[in-house]
Design a protein around this ligand. Structure first.
Ligand code: ATP
Ligand code: MG
Length: 127
C-alpha cells in the first residue's frame, strides 16, 4: 500500500536530514560497532507512525519536551561554547504539526538505548 500523507517533499527531506544529523552527533562518543540507527513506519488505523531510534547518548533527563523549543541546544565545542542553533527539532516539529497535521514526541532512552522520536501523521486520501 502506498504511504500517502499531506506535506511538502522538501519538508520531509529536512525532517530526515535533521534527525540523521542529530543521531550522528549523539553517536560520536560510541564505538563504531555500537553505532546504530533504526527507522520504521507502521500503520495505526488512520495514521502512519514514523519511528526513528539511535543508540547514542540519549536525551538529557527531563528535556523530552524542551528539545523542540527554538534555540534549545546542548551541542558544545571542546572549549564549551554553544555550537548548535537549537532550531533543528523546532523546524521538524513545525513541519510535522503545521504542514502534515501530525504530532511528534521524543523519548530519552528508546529501544536502541539512545533517543527515539515518534511522529504520528494522519493518512491522506488520494483526492
Ligand atoms: N538523537 C539525539 N540524541 C540525543 N540528544 C538529541 C538528539 N537529537 C536532539 N537532541 C537534543 O536536542 C537538542 C536540540 O536539537 P536541535 O536539532 O533542535 O538543535 P541542535 O542539534 O542542538 O542544533 P543544530 O540543529 O543547529 O545543529 C540537541 O542540542 C540535543 O540536546
Ligand atoms: Mg540538530
Amino acid at each position: 500500500m502506498p504511504i500517502m500523507i499531506v506535506g511538502y517533499e522538501m519538508d520531509w527531506e529536512s525532517i530526515v536530514v535533521n534527525l540523521i544529523t542529530n543521531a550522528s552527533w549523539a553517536l560520536e562518543s560510541k564505538l563504531a560497532i555500537d553505532r546504530k540507527i533504526k527507522a520504521s513506519i507502521h500503520s495505526d488505523g488512520d495514521n502512519w507512525v514514523f519511528s526513528f531510534h539511535d543508540s547514542g547518548v540519549g536525551l538529557e533527563a527531563g528535556t523530552e519536551k524542551s528539545v523542540f523549543l527554538p534555540t534549545f541546544s546542548t551541542k558544545r565545542s571542546k572549549a564549551g561554547e554553544v555550537i548548535g542553533t537549537g532550531m533543528g527539532l523546532f523546524i521538524v516539529r513545525s513541519f510535522v504539526e503545521e504542514h502534515s497535521g501530525g504530532s511528534i514526541a521524543a523519548i530519552s532512552n528508546g529501544i536502541l538505548g539512545g533517543a527515539s522520536f515518534e511522529m504520528v501523521i494522519p493518512k491522506a486520501s488520494k483526492h
